[in-house]
Design a protein around this ligand. Sequence first.
Ligand code: HNI
Length: 141
Amino acid sequence: MLNAQERAQVAQVWDLIAGHEAPFGAELLLRLFTVYPSTKTYFKHLGVFPDEVHLLSHGKRLLEAVGVAVLHMDNLRWALSPLADLHAHVLRVDPSNFPLLIQCFQVVLASHLQGEYTVEMQAAWDKFLTGVAVVLTEKYR
Ligand code: HNI
């Protein structure tokens, strides 16, 4: 899926996030819920204005799963299989929500890394996160 250079770029950016999954994940969710309020319908249990504790705890879980995906870039289908089951069969998240999350993810990375986040890194992360989304949504059929 990703070539050697793209893998290196994804790993290089992940090194900056690893260890800070909770704050990065919380910012990602806050952006997602604010920019695309319809995504909040899946998180009704967090209330109309999800508090910071929930954003941090769910954000941490989400980003930790992205970390697992980074470690298993070659075998995403295997590594994310239980999460794919959860999103398709239990949570029933409409697949159209995944590109929205990817877009917010890109904004989080760009706003933190600024000039360090090269166009090549953005392209590599787009390809990588799209691969994650494909795996998380393919069990819908
Ligand atoms: Ni997602 C739960 C990872 C996209 C809605 N999600 C999880 C969990 C992980 C996770 C990890 C926790 C699983 C557990 O507790 O066993 N989600 C991911 C990843 C992506 C993603 C890696 C995409 C890259 N999820 C989305 C999207 C939505 C979404 C796009 C809806 C807009 N996820 C949920 C909901 C839950 C969830 C809802 C359950 C939340 C809860 O509080 O239990």
